[in-house]
Design a protein around this ligand. Structure first.
Ligand code: ADP
Ligand code: MG
Length: 578
């Protein structure tokens, strides 16, 4: 936790410093109040026989000190609030930019809900802990030292009581820490699960409705939410023991002191005023101890969240371009796979791709067919380095993909993902993801190639039409065409369409293929498709099966020699004729 504090308080350091400074002032001022009170009793009442003048003056001093203490207290609260909000902001921003560096593999390790929880709920825990640390961790020990000093100067023999009290308290604290820490860690995991359920349900709300699964979903959410409640209760039931335990020890201590101190007063070795001040300081000490234990618990509670934030902050991006040549440009659209094998994770039993050898010339149009799960998407994801190969190498433009800066490589290789998304904003804004400097004319041109211009023109606000989050207000086929246009705007050397026209009607699909082939010649094009018609015109067609290339050739060749291809072709042609 303190390591995190050190790293992320940079720009709020003045507030982080002023908070404790005012806390110290507040404590110092407060510490004098019992002394003043003691002088009112001992001097004002007993020694000077009820000197009202003296009592008034001392009384005013006491009020002033109290007001000053309150002012310092508020200032310290204010500054620690400024510091804590700044601190949390810095951590959040650091986490966010770290996440931007994540590769697909990292993202699979930390799914969206856990990231959301870590950036919201965990940060809230952390902030609460921060505020109390700044306020209490300085205040309590300082208070403790001052009170202890006065206690020992006023009556050292009574102070022996602490020799018994302190070990008991220490033992109690350690016990609570050992019990509570793992419970808080578990609690945050339950929060992850809750957020995960929530997100899945809301994102899939349309599917939930069509399958009338509301009751099932309600039950699932109830379970998750109950699990959070239970975990929270279990964790907090340990923590709340802290206060009664402390109060028990504290009052026992007070009773012993009152008893022993009372004898001293009666015996005349201690004045009444001193005795009262003494009791105040003893209370001060015990209260300080209580606060220290509270801070301690806050740290325990926050530690689980700190760990979770650190996991993100220290996560190594699996794909980096740290040691590559910064000036290397992708010179053409040639692609080569040499002996490539690939697994999604080290402990996966089966290779998703095995022994792939493939050479694609710059400007070639390649079609890929194969049943679902035959690793078509996996194959093409290696080209823009969304994943790294497990064995062998992938070359683009004659160089291993690992030699390029990631942005250079991915600017040259545009990929329309199978699961693609648009972002909230207008159509035009979405298109600018492809090229931030694209003119309106260029955008329209790209949309014409992707056969998107026609339907955009029919929309009331044309290119200014707002897309909902994820592009919910366009149809599946329209979304696919917009995604293709967005990719075209990058003017890539290689364009990969991963099943990107599956929701587009055959006729429009055909027109997209023609536009790509005729108007954008020179660009290497890879088209993954379900329909033979979508790849029929390609220079070569790859047939994938079970992570391997089963055959590769032109339409006519495959039709002659490949049974699978021929069957597929005929079934689809018959389907089209009916
Ligand atoms: P296709 O695109 O041909 O339908 P994919 O390339 O998507 O097939 O998937 C190939 C295999 O890899 C499947 O068995 C699938 O379960 C697995 N797979 C795909 N994506 C992942 C992933 N992110 N993590 C682990 N396994 C995956
Ligand atoms: Mg796929």
């Amino acid at each position: 936790m303190f390591d995190l504090l050190k790293r992320y308080t940079k720009d709020g350091w003045w507030a982080a410093l002023l908070g404790p400074v005012f806390t110290i002032l507040e404590v110092a001022v407060d510490a004098f109040i019992p002394l003043v009170m003691s002088s009112i009793i001992d001097k004002g009442i007993y020694e000077f026989g009820g000197d009202m003048n003296y009592i008034w003056r001392r009384g005013t001093l006491m009020i002033l000190l109290a007001v000053l203490g309150a002012v310092f207290g508020s200032l310290s609260g204010l500054f620690s609030s400024i510091a804590s909000t700044g601190f949390i902001r810095n951590i959040r921003e650091a986490m966010f930019s770290k996440i931007q560096e994540f590769s697909f593999e990292n993202i699979e390790k930390y799914p969206v809900p856990t990231i959301v929880t870590r950036m919201t709920t965990d940060m809230r825990m952390l902030r609460m802990a921060y505020v109390s640390i700044v306020r209490m961790l300085i205040r309590a020990p300082f208070n403790l030292i001052l009170s202890a000093y006065f206690v020992f100067t006023l009556n050292p023999s009574l102070a022996k009581v602490f020799a018994f009290v302190l070990p008991i308290l220490g033992f109690g604290l350690v016990f609570i820490f050992m019990k509570a820490h793992p419970l808080f860690r578990k609690m945050m995991v339950k929060f992850d699960a809750l957020d995960s359920d929530l997100q899945e349900n809301i994102e899939g709300i349309r599917v939930v409705k069509t399958f009338v699964r509301e009751d099932h979903e309600n039950k699932k959410f109830d379970d998750a939410s109950k699990a959070v409640m239970d975990a929270q209760r279990r964790a907090e039931s340990i923590v709340i023991l802290n206060r009664p335990f402390f109060e028990l020890v504290m009052y026992a201590c007070m009773i012993i002191i009152a008893w022993l101190g009372g004898r001293d007063v009666i015996g005349g070795t201690m004045t009444t005023g001193n005795f009262m001040a003494y009791i105040s300081y003893i209370r001060g000490i015990l209260f300080a101890l209580l606060m220290i234990s509270n801070v301690f618990l806050q740290i325990v509670m926050a530690q689980a969240s700190v760990d979770r934030a650190n996991e993100i902050l220290y996560e190594e991006p699996r794909i980096t371009d740290k040691d590559c040549d910064p000036d290397l440009e992708v010179k053409d659209g040639s692609i080569e796979f040499r002996n490539v094998s690939f697994k999604y994770s080290d402990d996966a039993e089966k290779d998703a791709l095995s022994d792939i050898d493939l050479s694609i010339g710059s400007g070639e149009v390649i079609g890929i067919l194969g049943p679902t799960g035959s690793s078509k998407s996996t194959l093409v994801q290696l080209i823009p380095r969304l994943y790294d190969v497990s064995e062998g190498e992938v070359l683009v433009g004659g160089h291993n993909v690992k030699e390029y800066k990631l942005d250079k490589l991915r600017d040259a290789v545009a990929m329309v993902l199978q699961k693609n998304t648009l972002f909230s904003g207008t159509i035009e804004e979405n298109m600018k993801w492809g090229d931030p400097n694209a003119s309106h004319e260029q955008i329209v041109e790209a949309c014409k190639y992707a056969q998107a211009d026609d339907f955009i023109q029919l929309m009331p606000e044309k290119y200014e039409t707002e897309l909902g989050q994820g592009g919910v207000n366009v149809s599946g086929g329209q979304k696919q065409r917009l995604c293709i246009a967005r990719a075209l705007l990058k003017h890539p050397k290689i364009i990969i369409l991963d099943d990107s026209t599956s929701a587009v009607d055959t006729d429009t699909d055909h027109r997209i293929q023609l536009a790509l082939k005729e108007k954008l010649g020179g660009m290497t094009t890879i088209i993954i498709a379900q329909r033979v018609a979508s790849v029929k015109e390609a220079d070569r067609i790859i047939i994938m099966n079970d992570g391997m290339i089963q055959d590769i050739g032109k339409h006519d060749e495959l039709l002659k020699r490949n049974d699978v291809y021929r069957d597929l072709y005929h079934t689809q042609m018959e389907g089209a004729l009916e």
